[in-house]
Design a binder for this molecule. Structure first.
Ligand code: X2X
Length: 353
């Protein structure tokens, strides 16, 4: 009798397990705009590997690098994640801002000065508002916040210290309208280009400059091979989100959801530390040491100089000139983003000072 009950129990649990995972796909697609050479790209690979291991093969994620799922058109990524062409993505808030106007908050010219101010906004009420909006649009944010980083200006022509220095420089920007507004306000000649095409354009000298973060893009992509000058001006920031299509998310068991969430947090914390190492007050390095990660590039500015770059830092007064020159853009986008969200962010920034 006891044996019969035991066998019945085993059969029943097998049936239940099969039923629970019957809805699972044999492969899930994770989208990335960049390649596997930067910590942003490595985070995708890391996430896929850890999930496979921790779910004992129930969830099998394949990473599609370099915008493969949308022929490189990076501003379409969110749309395709929403539609289920991608199941997961580690997306840049800039690239997703075409569909979610709130995400332009991070591209507001000269809004965030440092990591402390950024963390106050992403970790506070404004961050929650944004995640809620994403969910409403069909994407669950399980890994927040990763980081592409503060965007710095590089160019092949001259050091840029005041707005006048930017005059008529051809600058590649992402296909997001706020960037066109900002660079036009500064007297430059901005051009929209996808990241894949941009790298060819740098090599061929079709553009004079570009703007991107140091640890995630400028160093891994060796921008110093094309541009001699870099200006550290923290004019915009690009947080990353590990998101899942909501329908896909709802199909996972509670146990697997927990594994996905915990792993996403772990991977994005690592990625954010890699984006900040050498650029913050040492917290990122401390964190990486704690988790046993060996870091090769500890002093990014020195590394850039060693690779032939002239690094220009701005004084507060110099940065204020750029801020003033772009004030109209800020006010225009306040309305587009939503005055409530911008106000909430401004309050957090004030408190963080
Ligand atoms: O295209 C860019 O500049 C990049 C790589 O930073 C983004 O995807 C936003």
């Amino acid at each position: 009798m006891l044996k019969k009950i035991l066998v019945l129990g085993i059969v029943l649990s097998l049936i239940l397990t099969t039923l629970a995972f019957a809805g699972y796909k044999s492969e899930y697609k994770l989208s990335l705009v960049v390649g596997p050479s930067s910590p942003w790209g490595i985070a995708g690979q890391k996430f896929a590997e850890l999930i496979k291991e921790r779910t004992e093969g129930r969830i099998n994620i394949k990473v599609y690098f370099g915008g493969q799922l949308f022929a490189g058109k990076q501003t379409n990524e969110f749309l395709l994640l929403r539609k289920g062409v991608a199941d997961f993505a580690i997306g840049s808030t800039i690239n997703w801002s075409s569909q979610i106007k709130e995400l332009n908050l991070f591209s507001m010219p000269f809004m965030f000065k440092n990591f402390k101010e950024l963390d106050a906004v992403t970790g506070g009420f404004p961050g929650e508002m944004i995640k809620k909006k994403l969910k409403k649009l069909g994407v669950v944010s399980i890994g927040t916040w990763g980081e592409n980083g503060f965007r710095q200006l590089t160019n092949s022509k001259r050091p840029v210290k005041i707005p006048k220095d930017l005059k008529d420089l051809k600058i590649r920007v992402v296909g997001s309208p706020i960037f066109l507004d900002t660079f036009k306000a500064l007297g430059a000649n901005p051009l929209n280009m996808n990241w894949g095409d941009a790298q060819t354009a740098f090599r061929q000298g079709v553009v004079d400059g570009q703007e991107n973060p140091i640890n995630i893009v400028i160093i891994p992509y060796k921008i110093f091979e094309f541009h001699k000058y870099i200006t550290i001006w923290n004019y915009a920031i690009d947080p990353l989100i590990l998101g899942v299509n909501k329908r896909i998310w709802n199909g996972f068991s509670e146990k697997d959801k927990k594994i996905l969430e915990e792993t996403a947090k772990e991977v994005m914390d690592w990625e954010r530390a890699m984006a900040r190492v050498g650029l913050d007050n040492g917290e990122a390095l401390e964190y990486l040491n704690k988790i046993g990660q060996k870091v090769e590039i500890k002093e990014p500015y020195k590394y850039l100089e060693e690779h032939g770059m002239q690094v220009t830092f701005l004084t507060d007064e110099e940065r204020a000139q750029f801020k003033k020159a772009t004030r109209k853009v800020y006010e225009k986008w306040r309305k587009k983003i939503g005055a409530d969200l911008v106000f909430a962010a401004e309050q957090e920034i004030r408190k963080a000072k």
